[in-house]
Design a protein around this ligand. Sequence first.
Ligand SMILES: Nc1ncnc2c1ncn2[C@@H]1O[C@H](COP(=O)(O)OP(=O)(O)OP(=O)(O)O)[C@@H](O)[C@H]1O
Ligand code: SF4
Ligand SMILES: [Mg+2]
Length: 377
Amino acid sequence: MSEVSKEQSGARVPGPASAPGEPVVSKAAGSAGSGGAGEPFLSVRDLRIHFQTDDGLVKSVDGVSFDVEAGKTLGIVGESGSGKSVTSLGVMGLHRSANAAISGEVWLDGEELVGADPDHVRRLRGRKMAMIFQDPLSAMHPYYRIGAQIVEAYRVHHKVGKKVARTRAIEMLDRVGIPEPHKRVDSYPHEFSGGMRQRAMIAMALVNNPELLIADEPTTALDVTVQAQILDLIRDLQKEFGSAVIMITHDLGVVAEMADDLLVMYGGRCIERGPAEKVFYEPQHPYTWGLLGSMPRIDREQTDRLIPVKGQPPSLINVPQGCAFNPRCPYADVPKDGITRTERPELKQVGAGHHSACHMSQEERTKIWTEEIAPKL
Ligand SMILES: Nc1ncnc2c1ncn2[C@@H]1O[C@H](COP(=O)(O)OP(=O)(O)OP(=O)(O)O)[C@@H](O)[C@H]1O
Ligand code: SF4
Ligand SMILES: [Mg+2]
C-alpha cells in the first residue's frame, strides 16, 4: 500500500475557531452538506491548513471554498507554492500531521470529513476518492512490487481473490500504456523509469473507479502521446462512472480541454473562480491576466510574446496585509473608492457563477481587460 495513503498519525489540531471565510457563492446549497439531489459531490468550505514551523506559521491554505459536481472537472491553477497540493491533500484527509492545523469543512457526498474519524476517512480513500500524486515516489512503496501494490489497493475495496485482482492490475497497467504489462506487473518501482512510475501510480489511483479523482499535475513527466492517453482514461472514468475530477495543472492546454470550472490560487487563497470559459476568456483578476499571459498555451504560437508575472510569490508566513498580490500588481495604484491598501479583497460575484477578489470596479477591470490585456494575449 502507498506510503501516503497509509494512515497519517497525529491528532487533528483545531484551526482558527471562527475565522471568517470567503462567501459561499457558487452552486452549493450552503454548508449543510452535499451529495444530495442537485448538490455538488464535493463541497469545500473555508478550508484552512496552517503549518507550525520553526520560522513561523505557514498559511498554506487560508480560507478556500469550492464545489465539484459529479461528472464535472474543476481545474486548479496557480504558481508554484500557491497551495494547490496542500489543498488537495487536505480534501483527501492526508494532513493529520502534528504540525498541521486544519479547519473548515469538506463535504464529500453528504459526509463532512474534516471532523470525521481518521479511520473512516482512510476507508473512503481508494474507492470514494483517490489521488494521483504530484510525486509518484511518495505514493508507491519502494519495497513492494508494482502489481502487488495495485492488487492490494483493489482488494481493499473488492471482495475478490488475488488472481482476479492481478488480472485487473495488468489491465490497468495496459490502459496507462505500460508495455508488456503481464511481465512488468512484477517489477519494483525502482525498475521503472520516472514516467512509467507515474503511469503505474495513475493505474493504482484509477483501479477502483473512484467517485472523486484528484489529479495533481498528472501528466507533467509524460510525453505527449501518453499524456493524451491518460487524459482519455480520466475522461472514460468520468463518462462511465460520473466521477468528479479535480485537475491541478500548469498546462493551460489541459485546463482548456478538460475543465468545466476553474479556480485560481494565489498565496494560499482563491482569487478567482468560475466557469472555465469565463475565467479563461474573460478573466477578472490582474493575477489571472498575468498567469494567462505567462503560461504556454496550445492555441498560441510559441513565438508570440509571453507576459511574465513580475516579482515573487508572497511568503506564506508573512502574507501582505490587504491584497496579497499588491506588491506585484501593475494596477495597485488604480484608485479604489474609499478602500485602503490594508483592506483584503474578498471574492465578489462578477458574473454568473464567476467570482474575483479585486478591489477595482467592474468598469475599471473591463476597460483594462479589453483595451490593454486581451489584445496582447
Ligand atoms: N508540511 C508542511 N510544513 C510546512 N509547510 C508546508 C508543508 N507542506 C507544504 N508546505 C508549504 O505550503 C506551501 C504550498 O505548498 P503546495 O505544495 O501546496 O504548493 P503548490 O501550489 O502545489 O506548488 P507546486 O506548483 O510547486 O506543486 C509551500 O510554501 C510549502 O512549502
Ligand atoms: S486589489 Fe488592487 S492590488 Fe489587488 S489585484 Fe486588485 S488592483 Fe491589484
Ligand atoms: Mg503541488
